[in-house]
Design a binder for this molecule. Structure first.
Ligand code: Y12
Ligand code: CO
Length: 174
């Protein structure tokens, strides 16, 4: 089932998500719906709060790093209750978000990270990430804390964003 995506400036995106305690059939169906929704909307990452569920769940499916750039489901990561265990360096990348459509901006983040998390069955897992995966994990983990990438912009860039986004919303209404 395709789920509606909550978009900025909806206040629900500010909600701090709660840990998952039940790794049951309902969670599995929800994860499948998140995947379907992310693929349908051309996303590479999605957090549960973006589809109005304040639980610590995120999914990431990066395209293959080759000419075709296929988004292979075998590379799908389902990350539940993540905790950052290591971070090093800084890097910058032009980010986008399904909850902030049509806006991309450079954001500074850790270059490399390590996390622990649980999979859909509640098994303990760990992940070391660099490059695009590191950025995607940090972007999605921010959603679990009610934070959007636009909050990491400088004052001047944020102002520019608010002006451009307001214009976009007006055009959409017409
Ligand atoms: C690097 C940086 C950020 C992330 C987080 C995941 N971000 C996304 O998946 C963003 C996807 C996105 C897709 C859009 O396309 C449609 O909605 C059809 C989009 O919309 C437009 O620009 C029209 C905006 C963002 C991971 C890795
Ligand atoms: Co996002």
């Amino acid at each position: 089932m395709i789920l509606p995506i909550v978009t900025y400036p909806d206040k629900r995106l500010k909600t701090i998500s709660e840990p998952v305690t039940d790794f049951n059939e309902e969670l599995h169906t929800f994860l499948d719906d998140m995947y379907e929704t992310m693929i349908k909307t051309n996303g590479i990452g999605l957090a549960a709060i973006q589809v109005d569920r304040p639980i610590q769940v995120l999914i990431i499916n990066l395209p293959n790093d080759d000419e075709e750039g296929l988004q292979d489901k075998v590379n799908l990561l389902e990350i539940i209750n993540p905790k950052l265990t290591h971070s090093e360096g800084t890097t910058s990348y032009q980010e986008g978000c399904l909850s902030v459509p049509k806006f991309y901006e450079d954001v500074e983040r850790f270059e490399k990270i390590a996390i622990t998390y649980q999979d859909r069955h509640g098994n303990a897992c760990s992940l070391e990430a660099d490059e695009l995966l590191s950025i995607a994990v940090q972007h999605e983990m921010d959603h679990l804390q009610g934070k959007l990438f636009i909050e990491k912009l400088s004052y001047a860039r944020r102002k520019k964003f608010e002006k451009e986004y307001k214009k976009l919303l007006k055009e959409k209404k017409r």
